[in-house]
Design a protein around this ligand. Sequence first.
Ligand code: S3P
Length: 433
Amino acid sequence: MGGNKTVDSLKHGICGEIFIPGDKSISHRSVMFSSLGDRAVRIRNFLNAQDCMSTVACMRSLGIQIDQIGPTEFIVHGKGLHGLQEPQCIVDAGNSGTTLRLMMGILAPQPFLTTFTGDASLHKRPMGRVIKPLSAMGAHIVGRESAKFLPVTLIPTQKLKGIDYQMPMASAQVKSAILLAGMYADGETRVTEPYTSRDHTEKMLETFGVALDKEGTSITIKAVDSFHAPELIEVPGDISSAAFWLVAASIISGSELTLRNVGVNPTRTGILDILIDMGADITLINKRFSGKEPVADIVVKSAALHGTTFGAEIIPRLVDEIPVIAVAAMFAEGETVITGAGELRVKETDRLQAITTEFNKLADCIIAAEDGLTIKGSAKLKAASCLSYHDHRIAMALAIAGAAGAGVTIDNAECVNISYPEFYATLETLRNR
Ligand code: S3P
């Protein structure tokens, strides 16, 4: 069903400004939380892409009225913490791990049955990491291969009880699912991560008036009885989408881009730290806040990059950016070594494998380890046909590598619609400027 797309080599630097579309993580949460709120919420700069529309569809199937009033503007008519209704059909989370895992946290405590499905990629992704702690709270969840994979059914059960849970991995989706279930559980729910992952759930819970206790990488939530929705949520731009332009402008000489309205929450800015460490010319201007989320415009100019080394501690702050960081490393002088990135093996595809196999078709310069990559820089790229594995971030990273190199043809290229439908159009605009 998918089409190929050829991205030609760019003949000149990329200049001008780009308005970055809404943050995927915050868009999901804005719809989920507003659905549980006590009044209608207007959401602006919502990411109108397949993943976030999966969340909209899920909430609609649970009886929530969601009106689209503009291309990226929605009104969610929340029905309160206990207002969701039993869905009439199987609920489809599409390609979206965030939809499925966070919705399991919301639905595990509900007094009705829900069955989830998703696409082929989501069927391969581990759900035990959410089902296990929710079950320890008293939830009754069944799924394929002893509750490890989709399809998954949540069966109504007794009231959940709080737990003190030590997460084996840093994951905002797992952390969020447990905190959301904790809102409905008796007593306290405490969750501890090995390293802090993105904290959009915590920030938005606080916006809705929920008190959290934070200590190191632990967060404690108590049962919640009121959930006060704000009138408006303004979603900042997604730094994970900005990442493609940060790298493109850095490695294509003669470039100067201003990226407008980028969320710069410190739990997400690992890409900035790593690119700056590699020698990138990046400046944040117009720093401001959107609700509790920090936002800035980012000016990036081309620069000579050099290799770097980074590991487990920073991975949660740049987990989705590793494909495009690998592209930066291919163009940098010297070697880049990435460790502690085993989580990439359970993303939309096994990204360590996809990067190694497909990027090496452009230049044979990457070696995979079980939990990381070694990338030999100053690679001489050639044109090639590469597979996206239907993974939006692999497709976009390949497009940047091809644009900066000698061109690339990408299969199932439309998978960028998962998170960045305007991506190719924006690239073409930059080419023609
Ligand atoms: C997300 C968390 C991360 C990230 C994903 C979005 C979220 O996943 O990779 O794209 O919105 O909470 P993990 O929780 O699996 O690390």
